[in-house]
Design a protein around this ligand. Structure first.
Ligand code: NI
Length: 186
């Protein structure tokens, strides 16, 4: 089922999400399937549960549409429950990011180049994996959503200032998207 995506300005995007207690496995799988379907429908490469109004520590990423720029992302798809960083490199990298909750906005964001994440899979196994390159960036962007942080928070002060009007419009729902969106107001 395709879910509406909450836009910048919505309270749920600023609320730190709760760990899932893993008691309702069927419900979790259904939510994650819906998140993947919603992400693909919106042509996104990542989605976190708060973006569909669910304040839980769950994220999905898929790099298969990005293989023109990042051939190494062929086949890259992860679904993570209760992910947490176990390592973030001191080395950083910078690249342009966007977000389905902040349509038509981009900014260069500096992040650790490499991360290790421990998480629960949809098969309910606990695993730890290391990521680098754009995969590491996608995952850090989605992990931020679980803490109520948006990529624009990391943009340079001058870039943030330039985006103020655009962000204001988005929070009012004054933005065109090809996918269904939601704000706290409507
Ligand atoms: Ni995002």
């Amino acid at each position: 089922m395709i879910l509406p995506i909450y836009l910048y300005g919505s309270q749920v995007l600023r609320t730190p999400a709760q760990e899932d207690d893993l008691s309702d496995r069927e419900g979790l799988r259904k939510l994650i399937d819906d998140m993947v379907e919603t992400m693909h429908h919106a042509d996104g490469c990542g989605l976190a549960a708060p973006q569909v109004g669910v304040s839980k520590r769950i994220l999905v990423v898929d790099g298969n549409d990005l293989t023109d720029r990042f051939p190494e992302l062929k086949g890259f798809h992860r679904e993570m429950i209760n992910p947490r960083f176990t390592f973030e490199s001191e080395e950083t990298s910078s690249y342009e990011e966007g977000c389905l909750s902040i349509p038509n906005v981009d900014a260069d964001i500096t992040r650790p180049a490499k991360v290790r994440i421990r998480y629960v899979t949809t098969g309910f196994e606990e695993v730890e994996e290391e990521f680098e390159g754009f995969a590491a960036r996608m995952l850090q962007h989605e992990m931020d959503h679980l803490d109520g942080v948006l990529f624009t928070d990391h943009a340079s002060p001058i870039r943030r200032k330039m985006l103020t009007g655009k962000l204001m419009n988005i929070s009012r729902g004054n933005v065109r998207t090809r996918y269904r969106v939601k704000t706290d107001k409507k």
